[in-house]
Structures are given as C-alpha cells and as structure tokens.
Design a protein around this ligand. Structure first.
Ligand SMILES: [Zn+2]
Length: 82
C-alpha cells in the first residue's frame, strides 16, 4: 500500500513538473512574440503653459515652444502676455 501511494506521489510530481514546464514554455513564447513590436522612442516635451509632459508628436508648437493643447498654445506661457 505504501508503495502504491509513493507511485501516485511520483506520478503527481511528474505531472506537475510537466505542466510547469509547459507554462514556462508558453510564457517564453509570449515574450518572444512581444519582442518584434518595436518600442518607438519618442521625445517628450513640456507644455510651456502648464508644465505637463507629453509626446512631441501630440504637442502644439508655437514660436519654438511646445504646448499640450491648442488652448494652451493660444494662452502661451503664464504671464508672458501680461
Ligand atoms: Zn498645458
């Protein structure tokens, strides 16, 4: 009876190891699948009005200064038009 229980224990251990191995393989596949997607480095600029940081492509440029929105571009830097 003890041998039988030991055999079951060994089988369970092997099954768990195989499942773990398959899971780690699947995780590696996910990693390698993620890698080809290039993370495009983008310049971050600071809004000259409120100071918020945003990607350069989403910023509004006016007279060499960056702004987070068209409204802030119109308002300009704080105190500059007063
Ligand atoms: Zn702003």
């Amino acid at each position: 009876m003890a041998k039988f229980l030991m055999l079951i224990g060994v089988i369970v251990a092997v099954v768990l190891l195989v499942k773990n191995y398959q899971r780690s393989l699947a995780r590696q596949d996910e990693k390698t699948a993620d890698q080809p997607v290039p993370v495009k480095p983008e310049d971050m600029v600071r809004c000259d009005h409120c100071g918020v940081h945003l990607p350069k492509s989403e910023s509004f440029l006016s007279q060499g200064r960056f702004f987070c929105s068209d409204e802030h571009r119109r308002l300009g830097a704080p105190g500059s038009d007063r």
